[in-house]
Ligand binder design. Structure first.
Ligand code: MN
Length: 285
């Protein structure tokens, strides 16, 4: 039982959270995560591009793992002289984000795959980087947004790895290495992760007690997160709820490309925004 796993004090404490007050003109807010965009999966990229071009949302929150891997913002600057298709891929993604940012507000929270995405790339795409967690006040309700990996406390190996790679020192050392070396290291980590997945490892889910603590500390009612690739909605008790986003894989059968959408009706007398789970192909409606 994840909830009974002994935890270090540092893991059970609630990290400082960001706060966003939705402006009045937001009527419709989209949440996506875990697209794991990569050059080798063009069908998912195409679905994402179409969605970004067509969603009617006023704001979009990307809650981590938009990219399968991110080894530094210089990967985009390097592309002019570099014919490596994986490099030009990040540029294509930047263009999609830039054009969408003309129409709507875009926020980005780091996942465990793209935690090195930095202010240079975010600024270039006009995305606002978010703390994990961040509280969003929208539609008379407080939503706590997270990627989710920081709450998978039963996975102690991962929590140790996370503490290491999220430290300023590790990131400074890593980003100081040449691009080719960073790519090689990232590939090695990805292979380790694939091996673990194939070995039948059962991944930890979010710790229920810690999830409630986070919500309580931030005075929020609903946690929205990704990471686990187990879309659903869970009652945590005490009026607290956990909404889990789907990952995207449009080559899968059936294809997965889903958006969680909050809508506030101008004439709505009900306190809460409406929550919907919609296929990305219907996001324009
Ligand atoms: Mn993740």
């Amino acid at each position: 039982m994840a909830g009974l796993t002994p935890r270090l004090k540092a893991q059970s404490s609630v990290p400082p959270w960001g706060e966003i007050q939705a402006p009045d003109h937001w009527r419709c807010v989209d949440f996506i995560s875990d697209l794991h965009l990569q050059a080798s999966e063009p069908v998912t990229f195409d679905a994402w591009r179409t969605y970004m071009q067509s969603t009617r949302a006023d704001a979009m929150f990307i809650l981590g793992d938009l990219f399968e891997v991110w080894v530094g913002d210089d990967i985009v600057a390097a592309s002019a002289d570099d014919l490596d298709p994986s490099v030009s891929f990040e540029n294509q993604c930047a263009q999609v984000l830039q054009s969408a940012a003309d129409r709507l507000d875009i926020f980005f929270m780091h996942g465990n795959r793209d935690f090195l995405l930095g202010p240079a790339f975010a600024g270039n795409c006009r995305m606002t980087l978010l703390e994990d967690p961040t509280r969003l006040d929208f539609g008379g309700h407080r939503w706590l947004l997270s990627h989710g990996d920081a709450l998978c406390l039963a996975d102690t190996d991962y929590m140790q790895f996370r503490a290491q790679v999220r430290s300023a020192q590790w990131q400074q050392d890593f980003l100081g290495k040449p691009l080719t070396e960073r790519r090689t290291i990232a590939l090695g980590l990805r292979q380790q992760s694939e091996t673990r997945k194939r070995s039948g490892t059962v991944y930890a889910d979010l710790d229920p007690q810690a999830s409630c603590e986070w919500l309580q500390a931030a005075q929020a009612q609903t946690l929205i997160h990704g990471h686990t690739h187990k879309p659903g909605q869970h009652d945590l008790g005490n009026g607290q709820t956990r909404i889990v986003l789907s990952d995207w894989d449009t080559a899968a059968i059936p294809p997965r490309a889903e958006v969680v959408r909050l809508t506030r009706q101008p004439t709505h007398t009900v306190r809460e925004a409406m929550v919907q789970r919609i296929p990305a192909t219907q996001a324009r409606l």
